[in-house]
Design a protein around this ligand. Structure first.
Ligand code: ATP
Length: 296
């Protein structure tokens, strides 16, 4: 996340989206979660959150655009504040202005990123003195993807998503995100995987890749385990993948449990939006892979 303004009474944070360069679902654990093997990469598409301290001991969320996501107690921002309040006895509250730019339920981790930003905002504004590792551990209680958003933006992720090893990868390529007109729930995604899951495979190991060519080349040896299941039930996703390849993507793949598809390009393509015009109600973003400043 990127802290762009900080005072005693407020902080503005840009909370990034992520893509999964690859994603394997390994096995179902006794606690009901699945073990995954993935590399997460932060990208330059951000929700903007403006936090202001209030005298009440509660949180209120103002959505810049209504109907993007709930502004109630189930918002991951509210859950994160609530957890900080329970653990650290916060005596004041927060007003949050949320500019939601990351598509929701899209495999881009926007909700988790907002939750992580809220924990960091509480830590800064209420001086709870937590270190990065402590915020990561706390955030894992709310969402498996949340710890990643305290990292440098590039990490190998395993366990149910909370085991992180930061990695260094090249960032000199462009990413085109294409989000179709529907969302997919992560839990429904796992449920539909049951039939297609190969439990016995060895986890893919992404070797050190000094160049974008080597990175993209290696990524061809693995994939996203959710992709074929969703492409079968939503053929529109196959069309998006084909279209990205036709526009010159060196790799086209699904992120997370979908439905957003991304294309990796050595050079940001010109006029990509025009190429996609009239091809369904698709939202298109040209972004870059980014590394993030350390959180303290
Ligand atoms: P994941 O983090 O598991 O990859 P995702 O990227 O597919 O999830 P999100 O946009 O993070 O999807 O949303 C997941 C769910 O969380 C949605 O059903 C949404 O309604 C809910 N949610 C709660 N708070 C938020 C928020 N601040 N932003 C987005 N979604 C939220």
């Amino acid at each position: 996340m990127i802290v762009s303004q900080l005072s005693d009474t407020g902080v503005t944070i840009d909370a990034p989206a992520k893509i999964n360069l690859f994603l394997e679902v390994l096995n179902k654990r006794p606690d009901g979660y699945h073990d995954i093997n993935s590399v997460f990469q932060a990208v330059s598409l951000y929700d903007r959150l403006e936090f202001t301290v209030t005298e009440e001991t509660s949180i209120s969320i103002d959505l810049v655009e209504r109907n993007t996501v709930s502004a109630g107690k189930d918002n991951l921002i509210a859950l994160a504040y609530q957890l900080m309040k329970e653990r650290y006895g916060l005596r004041r509250g927060l007003k949050v202005r949320l500019e939601k730019r990351i598509p929701v339920a899209a495999g881009l981790g926007g909700g988790s990123s907002d939750g992580a930003a809220t924990i960091a905002a509480c830590n800064m504004l209420f001086k709870t003195g937590l270190e990065k590792g402590e915020m990561m551990a706390l955030s894992a209680h709310i969402g498996s993807d949340m710890p990643f958003f305290f990292s440098s933006g590039q990490a190998h992720v395993s366990g149910r998503g909370e085991e992180l090893r930061e990695v260094e990868l090249p960032t000199d390529y462009a990413v085109v995100l294409v989000n179709p007109s529907f969302g997919l729930s992560t839990s429904a995604g796992y449920a539909s995987l049951k039939r297609d899951l190969t439990m016995s495979k060895n986890p893919f190991n992404l070797a050190a890749c000094p160049t974008a060519e080597e990175l993209i080349g290696s990524l061809h040896s693995c994939g996203n385990d959710f992709e074929e299941v969703h492409v079968k039930s939503h053929p529109e996703l196959g069309e998006i993948r084909d279209e990205l390849s036709r526009c010159g993507a060196s790799l086209a793949r699904m992120t997370g449990s979908g439905p957003t598809m991304f294309g990796l390009f050595y050079r940001a393509p010109d006029n990509i939006k025009e190429e996609f015009v009239g091809r369904g109600n698709w939202q298109i973003f040209t972004v870059l892979p980014v590394t993030l400043p350390a959180q303290v």
